[in-house]
Design a protein around this ligand. Structure first.
Ligand SMILES: Nc1nc2c(ncn2[C@@H]2O[C@H](COP(=O)(O)OP(=O)(O)O)[C@@H](O)[C@H]2O)c(=O)[nH]1
Ligand SMILES: [Mg+2]
Length: 221
């Protein structure tokens, strides 16, 4: 019985996700769903990436939908970059679903946007289960979280197209074993694209941006 209710929830979500996909495609927009634990550096990664995308020729214009239980802190941080940043507060909800982002998405000036970043609620589990109509899920994990997290929370790494290992600048101060981490990631998803970056000092960010731009080109109508 409970399984039937769950299926109904998911099919309702997937119907809206399909509408979102149509809307994005009609406007030639790529949506990237950024998923990771609270504090892994999702917002800082976007703070590093978005201005560099704007410097591309021609400029790549971004907008952001921010998911958090409470506050508009992250939308304020990213809005200060001069882009449109919409905050969605879920109250007690541990993830974004398609219904939560559909209305804010429709209200964006879609004709002016090339990429929509969706920063999901900080959580390594639930956001992976929901299709938001995005083109790709991006997993952000940081050195300070420990090198065993892919093995312990495999779902995200199974559904993500790319993993960003952030806070690489902290490696000398931690016992994080990169070989162990990447070995576990590749065991779960051999085709996943991997990056090591420091959103704080910019190391590795250019390579990640090149992937985003290539991904965008490959997925344009
Ligand atoms: N040392 C270091 N700190 C970082 C890096 N990226 C983010 N942080 C810090 O980690 C904390 C959480 O970052 P935030 O972007 O808010 O994480 P979010 O909750 O995943 O959005 C902040 O204090 C950031 O300054 C990084 O690459 N290196
Ligand atoms: Mg954040």
């Amino acid at each position: 019985m409970e399984i039937k209710i769950y299926e109904k929830v998911m099919s309702a979500n997937d119907a809206i996700a399909s509408e979102i996909r149509k809307l994005l495609s009609a406007n030639n927009i790529i949506a990237l769903n950024v998923i990771g634990s609270p504090g892994s550096g999702k917002t800082t990664v976007l703070e590093a990436v978005i201005p560099m995308l704007l410097k591309k020729k021609p400029p790549v214009e971004s907008a952001v939908i921010e998911g958090d239980l409470a506050t508009a802190y992250d939308a304020e941080r990213l809005g200060s970059l001069g882009i449109t940043a919409v905050q969605v507060n879920t109250g007690s909800g541990c993830h974004l679903d398609a219904n939560l982002i559909y209305k804010p998405l429709k209200e964006l000036l879609l004709e002016k946007i090339n990429i929509i970043f969706i920063e999901n609620v900080g959580n390594l589990v639930c956001p992976s289960q929901f299709d938001l109509g995005e083109n790709a899920k991006i997993a952000v994990l940081s050195v300070s979280e420990g090198d065993d997290k892919a093995a312990k929370y495999p779902l995200l790494f199974r559904v993500a197209s790319c993993v960003v290992l952030n806070k690489i600048d902290l490696l000398p101060y931690s016992n994080f074993n990169k070989e162990r981490f990447w070995g576990q990631v590749r065991k779960i998803n051999p085709n996943i694209t991997c990056f090591e970056i420091s959103a704080a000092n910019g190391e590795g960010v250019e390579e990640f941006i090149n992937w985003i731009c290539k991904y965008k080109m490959c997925n344009e109508k």
